[in-house]
Ligand binder design. Sequence first.
Ligand SMILES: [Zn+2]
Length: 392
Amino acid sequence: MRKRFIQVSGCLFTLALIGVLAAFMFVPPVFDYLNNAVVRPAPFTPNADAKTLHDSLFVADLHSDSLLWNRDLLIENARGHVDVPRLMKGNVALQAFTVVTKTPKNMNYENNTGDTDNITTLAIMQRWPKRTYSSLLERALYQAEKLHDMADRSKGALTLITSGPEFDTFLNRRNTDRTVVAGFLGIEGLHCAEGQLDNIDVLYSAGFRMMGITHFFDNELGGSAHGVSKGGLTPFGRDCVKRMEELHIIIDVAHASPAVIDDVLAMATRPVVMSHGGVKGTCNKTRNLSDDHVRRIAATGGVIGIGYWEEAICGTDVQAIVAAIRYAVSIAGIDHVGLGSDFDGVITAPFDTSGLAEITQELQNQGVPDVDIAKIMGGNTLRVLRECLPGS
Ligand SMILES: [Zn+2]
C-alpha cells in the first residue's frame, strides 16, 4: 500500500514538475504573441510613390517595450512588433528601446496603486537573473544589458547610441548603408531609481538617455495619469528632473499626471518629449495631451510621439494614427510631432514595424507635403536627439 502511495505521489510530482516547466517555457511567449498583436499580418505593401518616398526618409520611433520579452531582436521573430530585421524592412533608422520595471495587477487607465506587480512573475517565468526578482533598478539594468549584448553581437547592424558624436558617426554610416539601425535606451517610470537620486547616474552609466517620470502608478517622483493622487512632482521628483537635465537625459512626460506635466514644463530648460500617446483633440482619454500641453511641449523644442493603439488614437487603423498626427501638428507646428508606437507594449497595432510605410502612404493620401512627412516620420526626433544627447 505504502509503495503504491509513493509511486502515485511520485507520478503526480513528475506531472506537476512537467506542468510547471511547460508553463515557464510556453506562457510568456504565448502571452507575448497574443498581446503584442497586429490587426493585419505582414507583408505590408505600400504603393510605388509611398515606397519611394518612405525609402528616402530617416524614420524614427520614440517608444518600444521590446526588451521586456525574451526575444533575440537580431533575428526576425514570428511574434511581437519589433526586431532588427523588421526595423530594416520598415526602413526604420532609429528605435527607442524603453524598459518597463513594474506594472500593477488589474492595470487600468484611471486608478492604480503600486501595491501589486506583474513584472516579478514575468521576470521569474522568463528566467531573468535572480537580482531582478526584487529590485526594480536591476530590472532596468538587465534590460539595458540585453540591448548592449545584442548590439555587440550584431556585427554592426545595431548600434546603441549614447552620445552626440556616436549619433553623428551612425548618421554618416546610415547615409551609405540603409541596412544599419540605431537604438537608444529609455525608461517607463523612474520608480526604478528606487528613491535614490544617485541611481539616476547609475542608469545614465548603463546607457539610458530618455526617462519617463511615472508609469501606471504614482511613484516617488510624482503622480501618474493612471494613479490615485493625480499629484505633481514631489521634492525628490524635482531633484531628479534637475539631475536629468544636468546629465542631458531627455525627460519624457508620457503617462505623467497633468500636474506633473505642468511642473516639469515649468522647470524644464531643455526639450521635453512625450514619447508615446495621443492627443485629446482626436481622442479624449485620460493620458492623452491637452492642446495646452501639446503647445507647451512644442515650446520647449521637444517632440510628441503619436502612438498606434486604441486608447491613444481612438481607432485601430492607420487613418486614426494620421488623424492624431495631423491634429497634433495643427497645435504644435510641423517641427514637434513624431512617431511613438508603443510597439511590444501589450498593444494591438495596425502593423508591426515592417509596415511603417503605411503611415507615409496615408500622410501622402491626405495631401501632407513630402517635406512635412519627412519631419513627422523621423526628422523631428532626429533633431531633438542631436540637440539633447550628451556631447552634442
Ligand atoms: Zn507606456
